[in-house]
Design a protein around this ligand. Structure first.
Ligand code: MG
Length: 158
């Protein structure tokens, strides 16, 4: 396994997200377009997305910001509050996620919008958990949605 993939999977796991959770999201996005689609067919696409340096950098940035927010360690307290509250009009969490989608074209972008709206599976779970005291998933839910959307787009193009 590529070193970025290994590090990304470990970091995601530490934040409560498994490879199988992401594959479930890709399956949800691709199921309407393929007969006899299997989860194992999609796993490779997720791993290939996680291979990328750009994805690793986005993921590190996203998780670091969530963790700093959980620990009240932002130097800018106004921004800290926005991130902790996952304020709907903030939008920078989505912008960081677009960085991943942009690597896989317009289908990744549409898929991301769809899963962000429907909050399927782990995306919804992270969003709900993030509302609890001391837990911040403001950036992570969008990262997971974007990785799944990118993997679905990659799969669709093959
Ligand atoms: Mg978010």
């Amino acid at each position: 396994m590529n070193p970025f993939t290994e590090k990304a999977l470990a970091m995601l796991e530490k934040r409560g997200v498994t490879l199988s959770d992401i594959v479930d999201c890709v399956y949800y996005l691709q199921k309407p377009y393929h007969q006899n689609l299997q989860h194992k067919d999609l796993e490779e696409s997720v791993l290939k997305v996680l291979d990328k340096r750009e994805v690793w950098h986005a993921l590190m940035t996203a998780i670091e910001l969530d963790v700093l927010a959980e620990q009240d360690r932002f130097s800018n307290k106004e921004l800290e509050k926005i991130v902790q509250m996952d304020e709907g009009l903030y939008g920078m969490d989505e912008v960081l996620a677009y960085g991943i989608c942009n690597l896989y074209g317009s289908i990744a972008m549409t898929n991301f919008g769809f899963i962000d709206k429907t909050k399927f599976g782990i995306v919804g779970k992270l969003n709900e958990e993030g509302k609890k005291q001391g837990i911040c998933h403001t950036f992570l839910d969008d990262m997971v949605g974007a990785i799944a959307a990118a993997a679905a787009s990659r799969f669709a193009h093959r």
